[in-house]
Write a new protein. Sequence first.
Length: 118
Amino acid sequence: MLGEVARLLGTSPAQLNGFVTFYTMLSTEPRGQHVVRVCTSGPCHVTGAPSIVAELKRLLGVDIGETTSDGMFTLEASSCLGICGVSPALMIDDDAYGNLTPEDLPRILDAKRAGGAQ
């Protein structure tokens, strides 16, 4: 697949692979319908990100980098989402959520399952 895309872009597969693997928002692996990116940077870490990560793993039944068996969610760690003022934070697709507690997560995930933003 990368070879064909590289050909269409007029670049080498090696250059394209370097680009795709450098940026965390891109992937060469299939992802779920919704990508959950939880911030694990310093500000989020000290305000509760470890408990958010643990609860997401429990609720989704997957580890970081894995996709749920139904293909609905892929869980990823992010170095920074750029919304440190509302840490701990996560993004699901293009929707940002901040000032999170583990208790917030079931509601957020259920809304995404139902097709909503929150």
